[in-house]
Write a protein that binds this ligand. Structure first.
Ligand code: GLN
Length: 488
């Protein structure tokens, strides 16, 4: 573990570019070189777009040379999760089904980042269709955790998190349906935010579970997270779930003390079976927030939390089963060629195109939505969802933020849970309730247990991203965990 690594934050890279101490082409070449060196061990990238990156870097350098008013993201290398559509660049969702799919359009977040003049170095590996917690469900290959190559980086945005931790990109985009930004951010010791449902447009995000999915940043610290959120947040009339709320400047809330802030610690998140060292690290981090001036109440209870996992595994598969019905071998994606008739073609396309976990979800979802079981499962889950959301609403009458561990354990070994779906699902117990309630939450590095990263989750009321960034930034000004980098 080391703190004096050579990776730049967005803020540092921007300062160097603006002062013309470094060109975007030099910066981009340094990152491409780094990718060539570490990629054979980490495997975080499905596609490396070196030609495009250098072209975008030259364009950024022209803008800078012309003295244009550049964005803080101009000329800075980024990695995009491979379920976010990029025009002309393969977008696979790490699935055989979309292995050769090249979108004819950009997602809204990509349009917005392109307007800032960013440099895209590639597309990040993930669990197939974002279903998983380890990237082991990728149909292409497994990403390794740069802190310990025998362990998982988390998932489903494992490629995005590993790449930021090891310096293959300055920052990355991920998506989070039940924890897929925060859990890998915790496992790789980077900062990852799932914004409020509706805060960032999902137009061009390949749908998994539409009432839960949200795009967000993975960065090296909260201040960088604010910059990326500034660029991607905002209303989009192409996404009917996009919120019309105005977008503040998220860098303006970054403070160094937390006086007057009320923080609650819900006891249900220190779940049974949680690794003791993880709980200790989080308690220490919370004490630190107290020293920064926040008032901490350790006795908060959100009694319906234990039901969140069951609710999630009804709702998410139900929505997935509907969303994934479009992969029929006709419109786009993989198509089985030697079929006897139309039905056979559809069946074999789905049989060979989807991996085991995706099929498991489709079956679970189809079952929960079927006429005889809809009321017992789907409708019931929606009712409990409402109760969980109300419980959070009540807590936020008293608190500005709630703090929990991001995951109950440190990163586990590759292969350890892959044959035990329930164990794998438990890896997201602390993150799923947040998506169920549509809330924003951020995971930040909060120490190490047995030499492996521990993430702390900060949860806020809807559209309180500023409060989360403020707490995260103050903590990062007072601690150095987020500056630690793996040796590789
Ligand atoms: N691990 C959870 C799942 O498998 C969450 C995934 C996600 O957030 N995309 O569904």
């Amino acid at each position: 573990m080391t703190t004096n690594h050579n990776q730049l934050t967005i803020h540092e890279a921007h300062r160097l570019l603006k002062a013309k101490e470094l060109s975007s082409v030099e910066l981009t070449n340094a990152y491409l070189e780094r990718i060539r060196r570490v990629e054979p061990e980490v495997h975080s990238m499905v596609t490396i777009t070196d030609e495009l990156a250098l072209k975008q870097a030259r364009k950024a350098d022209e803008l800078i040379a012309a003295g244009s008013n550049i964005s803080p993201l101009t000329g800075i290398p980024a990695l995009i999760k491979d379920n976010i559509c990029t025009k002309g660049i393969r977008t696979t969702c790490s699935s055989k089904m979309l292995e050769n799919f090249v979108p004819p359009y950009d997602a809204t977040v990509i349009e917005k980042l392109n307007a800032c003049g960013i440099v895209v170095v590639g597309k990040a590996n993930m669990d197939e269709f974002a279903m998983g917690s380890s990237t082991e469900n990728s149909a292409l290959f497994t990403t390794h955790n740069p802190w310990d190559l025998s362990r998982v980086p988390g998932g489903s945005s494992g490629g995005s998190a590993a790449a930021v931790a090891i310096g293959e990109a300055v920052y990355a985009l991920g998506s989070d349906t039940g924890g897929s930004i925060r859990q890998p951010a915790g496992f790789c010791s980077v900062t990852g935010m799932k914004p409020t449902y509706g805060r960032v447009s999902r137009y061009g995000l390949v749908a998994f579970a539409s009432s839960l999915d949200q795009i967000g940043p993975l960065t090296q610290n909260a201040a960088d997270c604010a910059l990326v959120l500034n660029a991607i947040a905002g209303y989009d009339n192409r996404d009917s779930t996009s919120a019309p709320h105005p977008t503040p400047d998220y860098t303006e809330c970054l403070a160094t003390d937390l006086k007057g802030l009320r923080i609650g610690v819900p006891r249900e998140y220190f779940v049974e079976g949680m690794q003791a060292e993880v709980a200790t690290a989080i308690r220490t981090a919370i004490n630190e927030l107290g020293e920064l001036g926040a008032g901490v109440d350790w006795e908060v209870s959100l009694p319906h939390t234990p039901h969140a996992l069951a609710v999630y595994y009804i709702i998410a598969p139900s929505e997935a089963s509907a969303n994934l019905a479009r992969y029929d071998g006709v419109k786009y994606g993989f198509s089985y060629k030697d079929a006897e008739n139309m039905w056979d073609a559809m069946q074999k396309t789905r049989q060979y195109g989807f991996g085991a976990e995706v099929k498991r979800r489709i079956m679970l979802g189809t079952y929960a939505l079927s006429a005889g079981y809809y009321d017992a499962y789907y409708l019931k889950a929606q009712k409990v969802r409402t109760i969980i959301r109300r419980e959070f609403d009540q807590a936020f009458e008293k608190f500005d933020a709630l703090i929990t561990p991001t995951s109950p354990t440190v990163p586990f070994k590759i292969g350890e849970k892959v044959d035990d779906p329930l164990q794998m699902y438990l890896s997201d117990v602390c993150t799923l309730p947040i998506n169920i309630a549509g809330l924003p939450a951020i995971s930040i590095p909060a120490g190490f247990a047995d030499g492996l990263p521990v993430g702390m989750q900060i949860i806020g009321k809807p559209f309180s991203e500023e409060t989360l960034l403020k707490i995260a930034h103050a903590y990062q000004q007072a601690t150095a965990w987020h500056k630690m980098r793996p040796n590789l």
